[in-house]
Structure formats: C-alpha cells, structure tokens
Design a protein around this ligand. Structure first.
Ligand SMILES: CC(C)(COP(=O)(O)OP(=O)(O)OC[C@H]1O[C@@H](n2cnc3c(N)ncnc32)[C@H](O)[C@@H]1OP(=O)(O)O)[C@@H](O)C(=O)NCCC(=O)NCCS
Length: 331
C-alpha cells in the first residue's frame, strides 16, 4: 500500500488587517487583555462578498504553482470548514467551479478546529486505497461575518479570524515518507461547550429575528473548559501517533499545533518538553482560523525554511465537539 505525501501547500489570508486597537473601538476590550489571554495581536477579515471558496481558490492556485501542476490533475476535493459559503450545497462545489474543474467529487467535512485532521484521515485512506491520486485538502474559514463584534460577543470576537490553507496530497511508494499515522477523536458529551445554537434545523423556523436578538447565532464558548481539555488532549494525541508509528517525541523536528490560543500552544510545548524552535505559532498575526490554522501554519513554516525533506512533523488539534487528534508526517 502506498503512503500519502504532501506534494505542495498554499495559503491565503484577506488583505484587511484588524488590530486589537481597532477592536477596542467596537467593544469594551483592550490590547493588553487580548495579548495576555490569547497572544493574538491582529487577525484578517474578508472583504464584502469574499467567501471561503474564494480564499481557498487563491490558496489552491498557489499550491498548484509550487507543485508544477494544473487544476485538472486534481481528482478529489475535501474541504474542511464550519463557515461554508452557504447552508447548502457545501463549499467544495463552489471551489470546484471556481477552479474550473468538472466532475470530481467534493466532500465537505464539518469537524471544526479538528477539521483539517479529519480531512487528512479521509484523504489518506482514499489515497492509500488507490481511490484517488491527487486530493486537494482544504481548510477555509470566514468568521468575521458571524462574530458579534460588540461587548456582548467580545469573548469570542477577539479570538477568531479569516483565512484558508490547502495541501495537495498524492501517493508515494517510499514506505518511510508521508503520513505515518493520523488519529482523530470526539466526545459529544461536551458539544454545547463550544457551539452556535442557531441557525438550527432542530428549531422551527431554523432562524428567527428573536434568535438573532438573543445572540443564539453567535459562537458560545466555555473558555476555561475548552482550555483545560485542549492542553490535555493535544499532547496526548501526539503521544498516540508517535507510539503508533514507533517514534519518540525527541525525534520530532517540528510540532504544528492548531492555533487556538498561544497559551494553549505554550502549555502543549511545555508538556511535550519542546524547545522554541520545535513548535510553530502564527496566531499572533491571524487569530484562530479554525480548520485553516494547520495548513496556513504549515505553508508558512515551509516558506520560512523550517521544514526540510526528511523532517518528522507532528500536527495536533482540538476544538468544538469536542473533537481532537494528531498526525505524524515524514516530510
Ligand atoms: C477565552 C479565554 C481567553 C478567556 O480567558 P479567561 O481567563 O478564562 O477569562 P474569563 O472567561 O474567566 O473572563 C475573565 C473576564 O474577562 C472578561 N472578558 C471576556 N472577554 C473579554 C475581552 N475580549 N476583553 C476584555 N475582557 C473580556 C470576562 O467578561 C470576565 O469578566 P468578569 O470577571 O468581570 O466576569 C480563555 O478561557 C481561553 O483561551 N480558552 C480557550 C479558548 C479557545 O481556545 N477556543 C477555541 C478552541 S478551538
């Protein structure tokens, strides 16, 4: 059975930079509070009419160019997003159309901050089974249009940002390279600890003015509970994929954690005993872009020369659901 290798990556973030100082003009918050609690200094917000599929298209074009490929060579699209362009159909078909692709399957994955890892698990299985040879795996999110940008919504409004990252995946016959292990988990007991109660088809009508006025359409988060679980599950899941692949943490060259909060990443780093050069963080500039954080960070790490062929990389994520997981990749 072949393994799955990363052929190329790409990312795109909107041009508009929103600093903590700008947020201070919309709500009762402060640059100091945001930096201290989350490490975030600024994030990007999309332009009017810009969708997750538009951002993913640009990120894909950048990855295709690096891979020396054309869009027609992609034979499957997997899109991880919790902020789809429309309620239905999924973002994958809009991306397919914008890339000028015809008749390739488009799978939308809805696993929040762990979406990219769930997508990777599926894409890896497709490729190893010989089902598809060139899978476009996408994480793309537009949060700025769904946040409540005032004091009531400040606990989440300051944390999230917009952006897209992609990876083009394909088979390699080298048994020592590519995705060595990927594992995902979930515990629905905690579903309401980080969620958006509306719009919801379980309600009739699925959205009303009253729902919006009551704040049901904005994210609700029990921040401390999320923090507590994240700092346990992320290191634990890295240990799990390391054990599965028969490697130790000392062999890992770079850990790319989901960018939820710099304090979470710092605790993961401490628990795994990693020096600063063995973990990658960019939340300071982009905030939490949910399913897009890992592919954006991976692309930036590559661009900065922090990933070389033969390196052992570990990804890990935790988020709403709760869902979490990790992957181990020999570059
Ligand atoms: C959200 C988080 C930063 C909040 O930090 P915290 O220390 O737990 O803060 P609390 O929620 O206890 O709130 C402390 C105070 O700050 C206030 N506050 C909340 N958001 C604020 C903001 N943006 N600016 C200023 N004050 C704020 C609260 O209202 C509260 O005030 P009170 O004490 O008068 O009631 C932290 O819990 C966290 O990072 N959790 C994980 C979040 C995450 O990663 N989510 C995504 C997962 S994928």
């Amino acid at each position: 059975m072949p393994r799955t290798e990363f052929l190329a990556t790409g990312y795109y973030v909107p041009e508009r930079v929103v600093t903590n100082a700008e947020l201070e003009t919309y709500m009762d918050t402060s640059d100091e509070w945001i930096r201290q609690r989350s490490g975030i200094e600024e994030r990007r917000w999309c332009a009017e009419g810009e969708g997750g599929s538009d951002m993913a298209k640009v990120a894909t074009e950048r990855a295709l160019e690096k891979a020396g490929m054309v869009a027609d060579e992609i034979d499957c699209i997997v899109v991880a997003t919790i902020s789809p362009d429309y309620f239905f159909p999924g973002t994958g078909v809009f991306l397919q159309r914008k890339l000028g692709l015809k008749n390739v399957p488009c799978l939308d994955v809805r696993n929040q901050c762990t979406g990219f890892l769930y997508g990777l698990e599926v894409a890896d299985a497709f490729i190893r089974a010989g089902q598809y040879r060139r899978v476009l795996l996408v994480g793309t999110e537009i949060h700025s249009t769904g946040l409540q940008v005032n004091t009531e919504g400040r606990d989440t409004a300051v944390l999230f940002g917009d952006g897209a990252g992609v990876a083009i995946l394909g088979p390699t016959e080298d048994p020592d390279r590519g995705v060595l292990a990927v594992r995902t988990h979930a515990d629905g007991e905690h579903a309401e600890k980080l969620w958006a109660p509306a719009p919801a088809c379980i309600r009739n009508p699925f959205i009303s003015k009253e729902d919006i006025d009551a704040g049901l359409a904005r994210p609700y988060m029990e921040g401390r509970e999320v923090f507590k679980h994240a700092v346990t599950r992320m290191p634990e899941s890295i240990e799990e994929v390391l054990a599965e692949a028969g490697h130790g943490i000392d062999e890992v060259d770079l850990v790319i954690p989901h960018q939820a909060n710099l304090r979470i990443s710092e605790m993961v780093q401490r628990r795994l005993g990693l020096s600063d050069d063995r973990i990658f963080n960019n939340i300071m500039r982009y905030g939490n872009t949910t399913a897009a954080t890992i592919p954006i960070a991976l692309s930036e790490a590559i661009d900065q020369g922090r990933v070389e062929r033969g390196d052992l990389l570990a990804f890990t994520a935790f988020g709403s659901g709760f869902t979490w997981g990790a992957a181990l990749i020999r570059w």
